[in-house]
Design a protein around this ligand. Structure first.
Ligand SMILES: [Zn+2]
Length: 358
């Protein structure tokens, strides 16, 4: 079941209390309302179509952003006919960490203006709801844990494969944050310690995402097509953006180009190497692959072949008991994972507070 086929309810069918999930990206912010069972409430468009979230622009200035998010949440609740009293919290997923003492955001990579802002408390004040902060990768992982591919499993690692490798790890319902909020940043696992190892987007060398992300696929493809015959070569020009190259590899692999298939196989191997390190560190019950770079994902033969190759490589390299136990699968919530998970974390906080008050 993919994100498009998920059950999306209208508000009268949904089960209160409600929670709002906010998934902040570099250029846009998704906001969705989720009921107590983790089901998103449908938002109607003017053309009659329905979707699970609204999308607003990411304001570069944090105060303007907090005001726009708060305003949009109230408009959304009103439009869904949900009284503010029925909503019990907001989960704010940001590609950043937060200093737990000062409660200010720290080093958001694509949102430099937000650095040092007290976004969580500001949003809470403006919107009038408690706000729970979460890293965006951990929010997406919590979404898959709550109502996605890992539903019913005690633990998981979600890998979001795109320009980089995002990773969120949930163990027994809690995300691994670490001492400084960088827990689960597995895209930066060191898999190559040679001095000329490829540079990662973070500025260091030899990191996992420099090999197994779309950027890593592009770098390896350019090096190979320089010296090997392939149908990929004619599809790439100096103007081709790096981000497009993994898509071209996918298209040519689907047509059976041997070099493209080899690149997909190599990507599975590099991915498996990092997955084994995660298994050896936290031993999650499942590892889920999501994001744009899954070579077609569950709906294509190439995507299924990629998953089989990853699984086989993991089984060959991990401890036997771990390899036999772990489930490796595709994530299923797609771009809904972030806001559903953020809302789920707000719900978890609400339930905790209620429990303490007893
Ligand atoms: Zn790195």
């Amino acid at each position: 079941m993919n994100a498009e086929k998920r059950l999306v309810l209208t508000a009268p069918e949904a089960k209160p209390p409600f929670f709002v999930g906010v998934d902040v990206g570099g250029t846009s912010i998704k906001i969705g309302v989720v009921d107590d069972g983790g089901r998103s409430i449908a938002v109607g468009d003017a053309d009659g179509s329905r979707r699970s979230f609204i999308s607003i622009k990411t304001e570069p200035h944090p105060q303007a952003a907090a005001e726009l998010i708060a305003e949009s949440i109230h408009e959304l609740l009103q439009c869904l006919n949900i009284a503010p009293e029925a909503c019990h919290g907001i989960g704010l997923g940001v590609p950043s960490t937060m200093d737990m003492v000062t409660r200010k955001l720290r080093q958001p990579p694509n949102l430099h203006g937000w650095e040092g802002s007290p976004m969580v408390d500001e949003l809470s004040k403006l919107a009038g709801f408690p706000v729970v902060f979460c890293n965006d990768a951990n929010a997406a992982a919590f979404g898959e844990y709550w109502v996605g591919s890992a539903c019913g499993k005690p633990s998981l690692a979600l890998l979001t494969l795109g320009t980089g490798i995002g990773c969120g790890i949930i163990i027994d319902g809690r995300s691994i944050e670490g001492a400084t909020g960088y827990g689960g940043e597995c895209g930066h696992l060191v898999i190559d310690c040679s001095d000329d190892a490829p540079l990662c987007g973070c500025g260091q060398r030899g990191h996992w995402e420099a090999y197994a992300s779309a950027t890593g696929v592009a770098r390896r493809t350019l090096a190979l097509t320089d010296r090997r015959e392939s149908s990929i070569r004619s599809k790439i020009s100096p103007e081709t953006r790096l981000g497009e190259i993994a898509k071209i590899v996918c298209q040519e692999a689907e047509k059976g180009d041997p070099l493209a298939l080899e690149i997909v196989g190599d990507t599975a191997k590099y991915l498996a190497v990092g997955i084994v390190s995660i298994l050896n560190t936290v031993d999650p019950a499942c590892v889920l692959l999501g994001g744009a770079m899954t070579f077609g994902g569950p709906d294509t033969l190439l995507g299924q072949r990629f998953l089989e190759q990853v699984t086989k490589q993991v089984r060959n390299r991990a401890f036997k008991a771990v390899a036999e136990n772990v489930v490796i699968d595709f994530a299923m919530l797609g771009q809904d994972a972030g806001f559903i998970g953020a809302a789920g974390l707000a719900r978890a906080e609400f339930l905790n507070t209620k429990e303490k008050e007893r």
